[in-house]
Design a protein around this ligand. Structure first.
Ligand SMILES: Cc1ncc(COP(=O)(O)O)c(C=O)c1O
Length: 445
C-alpha cells in the first residue's frame, strides 16, 4: 500500500486549535513540544477559549435578559484555577458535592452565587454548605429539605428541581418522557406542586424558584423552548396557588463538537434564543419576570481541552483490525466505555497528513472495553508518536480515576504560547497516601 504522509487532508480542529506546518497548535503552543516537556498522558487546557466562551454567555445573557446569572457547572471540570478564571467574569457556580463546593470556594467563588445541586446531599454536605453561606440549594428530596431546615439558622434560599417531562440529547429528537428520572419532582403527576406547598410550613426555608436540566449535548433550540413552555406553565400554576417564583434555573446542556457530524449552536444562538423565548413567554402569560439562571459546563470547557498520548504497542489482528495502544485509557477518559462517546484524533506532528490507515485506539487498562476510539483513519503510526484527541476539557479530568493505579494525568494550561500546570502530576506516593494496614485491637472492638 502506497502512503503519502505529507498530503494534507481536511482535519476537523475543534476549539481554537490550529495546524501549522502539519503540527497541532493549542493555545499558541506546539502540542508535540508540550508532550515532550510535560510527558503523557497530558490534559492540555486552552485558557483563552474557556474565558472567551464563558464571557460570551455572560454578555449575551446580560444583553437579552439582564435579570440573569450564568453559573458554571463545576462537574464538567473542577479544579481551583477554573474558578479563578471564571469568577472575575461574573459567573456563579453550580456544585453537586462538598468537594466541588470546597474547590469553588478555594478558587474564590462568591458563596452567594453558588447553587448546590444533587439528588442525595449528605447531612455533612448540607451543614457545610449552610456554614459556608451558599446562596441557593436546589432541593431534590423531602429528606434534603428536612436536613436544610435542621441546620439553617437563618432562612435558607431554596429552589426545587422539577422534572418537566422533557428530555433531549444529541442526534435524538426531543422526547417527552414519562417522569422516571431519579432527578427532580414530576410536574405531570402533581408531586412538584405538593412538595413546594409542603415547603411553606418551614419558617427557615425560603422558596425562591424552580430548576430543571433537560439533558446534555443538545443541538436543537426547540428542546429549550419546550422546557421553557412547561416551566412557565408551572409558574402560572404556582402563582394561582399564591406562590411567587423569583428564580428559574434552566440548567445546562449546550452541545460541543466531538466529531465532524456534531453541529452545536454558538453561545450567542443558545443563550439569546432561549432568553428571548422566555422573555416573550413571560410577557404573554402576564407573570413576573423570574431571574434566569443557565448552567453551562461542557460548552465552556469542552473544546478548550486536548489530551496528548504516546503511542506504544501496535498490534494487528489479521483480517480484523489494528490496535494502537496509548498510555491513557478509561482511567483518564471513561466516556467511551460509559456511553460510547466518540472522538476525533490527529498525530500531533502530522496533524493534516493523509489518513490512510485504520486503527482502533486502545487504552492501557485491563478491560477489553477500554477502547478510546474504535476505528479512526490516521497516518501510519509508529511507537512513540504523539496522538492528540479533541474536546477533552469537560468530563475528562473530572471523571478520571486511579483505576489500575494509573495516575490521573496533570492538566497544563496554555495561553498565548505559554504553558503552566493547572493541576500537578501525581506521584506513586500520592497513590498510597491514604493506605493503612488495619490493626485490630485484641478485644475485637
Ligand atoms: C443541573 C445541571 N446543570 C448543569 C449541567 C451541565 O450540563 P452541560 O455540561 O451539558 O452544560 C448538568 C449536567 O449534568 C446538570 O445536571
Amino acid at each position: 500500500m502506497k502512503k503519502n504522509n505529507t498530503a494534507p487532508t481536511a482535519v476537523p480542529c475543534f476549539g481554537d486549535t490550529k495546524i501549522e506546518n502539519h503540527r497541532l497548535i493549542v493555545g499558541g503552543c506546539d502540542a508535540a513540544e508540550l508532550a515532550k516537556k510535560y510527558g503523557t498522558p497530558l490534559y492540555v487546557f486552552d485558557v483563552n477559549y474557556a474565558v472567551k466562551t464563558a464571557a460570551a454567555y455572560v454578555n449575551v445573557l446580560k444583553r437579552e435578559y439582564p435579570e440573569s446569572t450564568v453559573c458554571y457547572a463545576s462537574k464538567a471540570f473542577c479544579c481551583t484555577a477554573i474558578y479563578k478564571l471564571l469568577a472575575p467574569l461574573g459567573l456563579g457556580a453550580d456544585v453537586v458535592s462538598g468537594g466541588e463546593l470546597f474547590t469553588a470556594l478555594n478558587g474564590g467563588m462568591d458563596p452567594k452565587k453558588i447553587y448546590f445541586h444533587g439528588n442525595n446531599k449528605s447531612e455533612a454536605e448540607v451543614k457545610y454548605a449552610i456554614e459556608s453561606g451558599v446562596g441557593y440549594f436546589v432541593v431534590d428530596s423531602l429528606h434534603e429539605l428536612e436536613l436544610i431546615s435542621k441546620h439553617a439558622k437563618t432562612p435558607q434560599n431554596v429552589l426545587f428541581r422539577v422534572n418537566p417531562g422533557v428530555e433531549a440529547h444529541t442526534h435524538r429528537f426531543i422526547q417527552t418522557t414519562t417522569p422516571d428520572s431519579k432527578f427532580g419532582f414530576s410536574i405531570a403527576d402533581g408531586t412538584a406542586e405538593s412538595v413546594i406547598l409542603s415547603a411553606q410550613k418551614y419558617n427557615n426555608i425560603n422558596f425562591v424558584g424552580i430548576a430543571c436540566h433537560i439533558g446534555s449535548q443538545i443541538f436543537e433550540p426547540q428542546s429549550f423552548e419546550i422546557a421553557i413552555d412547561k416551566m412557565v406553565d408551572f409558574i402560572v400554576r404556582l402563582n394561582s396557588l399564591g406562590i411567587t417564583v423569583e428564580r428559574l434555573d434552566l440548567g445546562g446542556g449546550f452541545g460541543v463538537h466531538y466529531v465532524a457530524e456534531d453541529k452545536p449552536l454558538t453561545p450567542e444562538q443558545y443563550m439569546a434564543g432561549s432568553a428571548k423565548y422566555l422573555a416573550a413567554s413571560v410577557q404573554n402569560r402576564g407573570i413576573k419576570k423570574p431571574h434566569l439562571i443557565f448552567e453551562p459546563g461542557r460548552s465552556i470547557v469542552g473544546e478548550a481541552g486536548v489530551t496528548l498520548y504516546t503511542v506504544g504497542a501496535i498490534k494487528t489482528i489479521k483480517d480484523i483490525k489494528t490496535y494502537a495502544a496509548v498510555d491513557g485509557g478509561m482511567f483518564e477518559n471513561p466516556r467511551p466505555s460509559l456511553y460510547d462517546a466518540r472522538y476525533t484524533a490527529v498525530v500531533a506532528d502530522k496533524a493534516d497528513c493523509e489518513c490512510d490507515t485504520l486503527y482502533s485506539i486502545a487504552g492501557k487498562c485491563c478491560e477489553s472495553g477500554d477502547i478510546l476510539i474504535d476505528g479512526i483513519k490516521l497516518p501510519e503510526l509508529k511507537s512513540g508518536d504523539i496522538l492528540a484527541t479533541f474536546t477533552t476539557g469537560a468530563y475528562h479530568y473530572s471523571m478520571a480515576s486511579n483505576y489500575n493505579r494509573n495516575f490521573v494525568p496533570p492538566v497544563v494550561a496554555v495561553k498565548d504560547g505559554k504553558s503552566a500546570y493547572m493541576v500537578k502530576p501525581q506521584t506513586y506516593e500520592d497513590l498510597i497516601r491514604n493506605d493503612v494496614i488495619p490493626e485490630f485491637s485484641e478485644d475485637g472492638k
